[in-house]
Ligand binder design. Structure first.
Ligand code: TRP
Length: 338
């Protein structure tokens, strides 16, 4: 591997089509990074199994949906490597070795795991496969010697745990693993859902999807959470926590006009419909080319899967090289002369 260029790796669980929260959280960074770094983009189906147990058809369909979203936003297979996690079994093997470097207690304390366990209502019945996601993720990242991991804010505790694993592995066996760094976007790392309550997520039903139809987008924008105390147009309104303004801050290219609208809204006299219509226009403009590219690729699913197959072959070559050096330092490369 050409180590002159830095390596970046990121991925998504194929739990459904991707939304604009994924876009601002990490897809956008990836589109930039692929120009100057060796970027690996992973469809994390092994992690997806935790959420799709018993729904194998859905999981498989979602792999295609996620790939379409990648291609639609401009992740370019001629510049980066798109691959499927489970088709690189070296990652699973590395996960097993790393499991000896963490404790169950540390995994249970991981904030990302804690938060999602709560959301899923696992209580004390956490599936072991889910609990070890941070270890699996450490294997994903380190098997490609990733220096940079573009992710949303919610993933940062997972990268922190990867760093711990790297340090203890390197201390015990020798310096073979690269310590990664999380790359979190400054604004919009946590895009709230259209209800303003939590982060945007499929399971909460508050997401705007990258491939969603124009009418559906309009309908969702019109139902967005604004300021519940802003009842009459003349009432002074609150901008903080107002989802419409939060999205305008991120997506509206005209920052000066947005600031002027905020002032007007605070003073009173600016109706919710006006700002919602503006946001609808901004989002439609942003999503139109993405939707178009997505539809074009969707016409030939076999060609799309072929892109992923080629990427997976390449990813596997890189992964097996790292795994070989891991086995060597662990002294379990039995058939090599020492
Ligand atoms: N956990 C990530 C998510 O929920 C997906 C993921 C798996 C990932 N492995 C990764 C992200 C490695 C970045 C790097 O979306």
């Amino acid at each position: 591997m050409n180590k002159q260029r830095k390596v970046a790796l990121s991925g998504d669980r194929p739990t459904g089509p991707l939304h604009i929260g994924h876009y601002v959280g990490s897809l956008k960074n990836r589109v930039e990074l692929q120009k100057n770094l060796d970027l690996f983009v992973m469809i994390a189906d092994v992690q997806g199994i935790a959420s799709s147990a018993g729904q194998p058809k859905e999981l498989r369909d979602n792999v295609l949906q996620v790939t379409l979203d990648y291609l639609a936003v401009g992740i370019d297979p001629s510049l980066c490597t798109i691959f499927i996690q489970s088709m690189v079994p070296e990652i699973a093997e590395l996960t097993i070795y790393y499991l000896n470097l963490v404790t169950v207690a540390r995994l249970q304390r991981n904030p990302t795991i804690k938060e999602e366990s709560k959301q899923k209502g696992y209580g004390s019945n956490i599936p072991a496969g889910f609990l070890i996601h941070p270890v699996n993720q450490a294997a994903d990242i380190t098997i490609f010697k990733a220096d940079v991991v573009p992710v949303g804010q919610d993933q940062v505790p997972l990268i922190e745990q990867t760093i711990e694993i790297v340090r203890s592995f390197n201390r015990i066996y020798g310096e073979v693993l690269t310590e990664p760094q999380a790359m979190v976007p400054k604004d919009g790392a946590r895009l709230t859902g259209i209800d303003g309550k939590a982060k945007m997520s499929k399971s909460l039903g508050n997401a705007l999807y990258l491939g969603e139809a124009p009418e559906a987008i309009t309908k969702k924008v019109m139902s967005m959470y604004t300021d519940p105390k802003h009842i009459h147009v003349t009432d002074p309104g609150t901008v903080e926590g107002n989802v419409v303004f939060a999205y305008l801050d991120i997506f509206d290219p005209n920052k000066a006009e947005v600031e002027a609208l905020k002032d007007h809204y605070r003073r009173g006299g600016l109706g919710d419909t006006v700002i919602k219509k503006r946001l609808d226009g901004v989002l439609q403009e942003f999503l139109a080319p993405i939707r178009k590219r997505r539809e074009d690729y969707a016409k030939d699913p076999a060609a799309v899967m072929d892109i992923v197959r080629k990427g997976t072959e390449k990813a596997r070559m890189v992964a097996s090289t790292t795994l070989a050096s891991v086995r060597r330092v662990m002294n379990i490369d039995y058939f090599q002369q020492k």
